[in-house]
Write a protein that binds this ligand. Sequence first.
Ligand code: UDP
Ligand code: MG
Length: 156
Amino acid sequence: MCVPDVREQTLVAVKPDGVQRRLVGQIIRRFEQRGFKLVGLKMLQVSEDLLSQHYCALRKKPFYPSLLHYMTSGPVVVMVWEGHNVVQTSRVMVGHTNPAEAQAGTVRGDFSFHVSRNVVHASDSLEGAQREIQLWFQGKELLNWDCCDQSITCEV
Ligand code: UDP
Ligand code: MG
């Protein structure tokens, strides 16, 4: 038996359109169902300052002003999920950035049709996940807890 790196973490956020459309529960359910562990969760109205740091790589893009407007249009629900290969698997679960190209079965493929309202965010790399988790959460907001099914879901 080998124990993979089950402590990998990623940041997932339900964007304002997802919250308004009451999709929070369905999105959380997909990550729980997959076997990942929720270690942080909060709802907040994001500041432009936090968003500009979160999306700093996109500052020069033509869609950046409308992205800021969209992301500050209402509350978001932001989470940290933990588990083996969670960064890459979450990206697959979330689907292509442009919902028109997202596969059915992914969050974006099932719940959205336009890139400007694509319901959910997930970190795109290990480094990105670490940076985003530190940006959105304080260390004490992340809980280190044991799942009762840890030996089944985490030790493969
Ligand atoms: N976005 C947009 N128009 C575009 C490309 C991106 O409005 O042409 C928005 C969209 O909400 C996307 C976010 O900017 O999720 C961040 O873009 P990125 O390329 O990082 O995509 P993601 O990592 O979210 O799939
Ligand atoms: Mg991205």
